[in-house]
Design a protein around this ligand. Structure first.
Ligand code: GLY
Length: 407
């Protein structure tokens, strides 16, 4: 009798694992159809763009980013901070399906970004190069990708100021900030850690640790919410002011900024095993997931202090970044089960409530993200980075279930 009950429990367990695997297969089947549709839209948009004489002197557009308010596809050149996400989406589809056709597409869209390895005019190198070439290298071991990652890290390192202890984020708005560092910049550190592993040159690692340590000291409030922009004096290394650019106010908690912090400090713990970074990630998660303004479905409004909650747009991109970060954090934290449960709930809600129908939204996977509400730019739209982190979260959730390594 006892052994029959045990067998029944085992069969139910296996059945539910199979059902989940089937569900994921269906999501990726849909994603393949939707992304094939997007590739057609990308071709058409690019052809029309190339045929327009007004674009003759402009840098060529290479990756889809979002939609215009009237639903047209917005494509961006390689230098745009989001250019690496679509190649990353293609690599994730290849990772799940193993189909050569997706590898070929991923390689082609990744190759469009190579010249960025010399672009020292931006801190967004990690977003651009690690989501594209980083995933490509992880999945193919192509040595030319490794060289591009190392060169990109060299270029990014030029933006590090040892007096400040951080990489400079932006060069624009020089009248507003002397040396702006934004919380988003935490994500670019992953490229530096990888470059040290791949080259043996520890200077990249040291810059990443310095940036994370300085950010931990200056970007956070006592409740572990973060400011968006911290401006530094390059002569003294002191903080001049703490402000925002994409949040509701200087004192508010911009949702995607909180997500970048959560993801960034979790990744820094992976790379350094410094417990202070793990503690920081756990505390950031505590701020986010105990926040009274977080909706029941766990898809945050664009800012935790937005004035008209619940009548404010959501940011599915922030939720996707959070879910992916939490899956990783669940590996390291004593609260791992709790964090994994939240990540499961977010991915499940994104899947059921925030996905485009196949053939709609020019092929983007998720809807209801917000780029910059204060500038009334990209409000309640699809965004390529929401799609990227959503697929990453799905893959991480699946690897955890199968007890496979995440990286
Ligand atoms: N890194 C820019 C953004 O999150 O909007």
């Amino acid at each position: 009798m006892k052994s029959r009950i045990l067998l029944l429990i085992l069969l139910i367990g296996v059945g539910s694992l199979n059902a989940k695997a089937q569900q994921l297969k269906k999501i990726f089947d849909d994603t393949e159809k939707q992304t094939s549709f997007m590739l057609d839209q990308v071709n058409q948009t690019k052809t029309a763009w190339l045929n327009d004489v007004q674009n003759k002197k402009k840098p060529e557009v290479v990756s889809p980013r979002t939609l215009t308010p009237d639903g047209k596809l917005v494509m961006v050149p390689a230098k745009d901070w989001t250019s690496g996400f679509f190649p990353g989406v293609l690599w994730y589809i290849y990772e799940f399906t193993g189909k050569e056709q997706w590898k070929e597409k991923a390689e082609a869209f990744t190759a469009n970004l190579e010249k960025e390895k010399f672009n020292a005019g931006t801190h967004d190198m990690g977003f651009k190069i690690y989501c594209s070439y980083g995933n490509g290298y992880r999945l193919t071991n192509n040595t030319s990708y490794r060289d591009i990652i190392i060169q990109s890290a060299k270029t990014l390192s030029k933006r590090f100021n040892p007096k400040v202890g951080c990489i400079r984020s932006w060069d624009h708005n020089k009248e507003k900030w002397d040396y702006p560092v934004i919380i988003d910049n935490m994500i670019n550190l992953e490229l530096l850690f990888a470059a040290t592993r791949l080259s043996g040159d520890s200077s990249f690692y040291k810059i990443a640790v310095s940036h994370a340590t300085t950010t931990m000291k200056n970007h956070f409030r006592s409740d572990y919410s973060s400011f968006h922009v911290v401006d530094y004096d390059t002569l003294t290394g002191n903080v001049i002011k703490k402000t925002t650019h994409q949040g509701f106010s200087n004192e508010s908690a911009w949702a995607r900024g909180q997500a970048w912090g959560l993801y960034g400090f979790t990744m820094c713990y992976r790379e350094t095993k410094n417990k202070a970074f793990l503690n920081q990630a756990e505390k950031i998660a505590g701020f986010i997931f105990n926040n009274p303004t977080l909706p029941k479905d766990l898809i945050a409004y664009w800012d935790f202090n937005a004035p008209n909650i619940p009548n404010e747009p959501r940011d599915a991109s922030a939720a996707a970044v959070m879910a992916s970060a939490l899956y990783e954090l669940s590996l390291y934290s004593t609260q791992g089960k709790y964090f994994r449960g939240i990540a499961d709930k977010i991915t499940s809600n994104l899947t059921s409530q925030y996905r485009s129908k196949i053939g709609e939204n020019q092929g983007f996977i998720l809807i209801h993200s917000t780029g910059s509400k204060p500038m009334n730019s990209e409000v309640d739209v699809p965004l390529n980075y929401a799609d990227y982190y959503y697929l990453e979260a799905l893959l991480r959730g699946e690897k955890l279930k199968n007890k496979k390594p995440l990286f």
